[in-house]
Ligand binder design. Structure first.
Ligand code: FE2
Ligand code: FE2
Length: 252
């Protein structure tokens, strides 16, 4: 039977359907754009039935999340370990420099979208994700680090990151919408909060330094309003974004 299904899958170019995990998985369309699978991946729907279904609910490959997940649970069980560590190292640097709690919190969250959701425009996605739970200043800073990291500020000895020359090439220019966001942010009362994210953004990431999210339990306790129902289940305007990280491959 499985041979027959594999043949069907091959026939209609279902390259992305995962037949191993006991359920068929669709790949989020944002991840197939530009690839052949984008044109064909929903063809798999025609092969369903008779015990073969789309995967829904807990992905067996992922650790099960608690019923009322807290921020630390996402750090431990969902975030890309390297990015989680990057966030923790950045926040550590800010904390050890004696910066304000709000800056430490902003550093701890600044790349949260890259850690668990999406890379493109990660500052904007990340800000939206945390907006109901942090001070407006913190989410503002997370949003604007997206633009600020491309622009130097001599007053705090921030230069264009050397790493970006390797990442994007020497000729890369940030798009106009980020240039405009930077110009506006410069005149804003919270400019320095966002700027300090870029100053503490650890580009020379050290995989050997491991910081535990529990080291920030007190800062999180003071500056991140954890909903009693758990992140994803509090009916906030962004609850669905947290649920998407709990069940990232739910089919529909
Ligand atoms: Fe970032
Ligand atoms: Fe970063």
């Amino acid at each position: 039977m499985s041979d027959v299904l594999s043949e069907i899958a091959e026939d209609i170019s279902i390259t992305r359907a995962d037949l191993r995990a006991g359920g068929v998985m669709l790949t989020p369309p944002i991840c197939t754009m530009g690839e052949d699978a984008h044109l064909t991946q929903y063809d798999v729907l025609a092969t369903l039935g008779n015990g073969r279904h789309l995967m829904m609910g807990n992905d067996p490959r992922l650790p099960k999340m608690p019923a009322r997940p807290r921020l630390a649970d996402f750090f431990r069980h969902r975030f890309v370990p390297m990015v989680a560590n990057h966030l923790l190292q950045s926040a550590s640097l800010a904390k050890n420099t004696g910066l304000d709690d709000r800056v430490v919190m902003a550093c701890l969250l600044h790349d949260i979208a890259m850690a668990g959701l999406i890379t493109s425009d990660h500052g904007y996605w990340g800000a939206q994700l945390v907006e109901p739970y942090v001070d407006e200043e913190v989410s503002w800073a997370v949003r604007h680090h997206q633009a600020l990291r491309y622009f130097p500020d001599e007053s705090v000895r921030y230069s264009y990151p050397e790493a970006y020359i390797r990442y994007f090439g020497e000729d890369y220019q940030p798009p106009d919408y980020l240039r405009q966001a930077y110009e506006q942010a410069r005149r804003h009362k919270w400019y320095m909060t966002a700027r300090l994210i870029t100053v503490n953004d650890v580009y020379a990431f050290d995989p050997h330094i491991v910081v535990d999210v529990d080291d920030f339990e007190d800062v999180i306790g003071r500056h991140f309003r954890q909903p009693k129902e758990g992140l994803g289940f509090d009916n906030s305007p962004v609850a669905h974004m947290w649920r998407t990280m709990i069940w990232p491959r739910n089919s529909l």
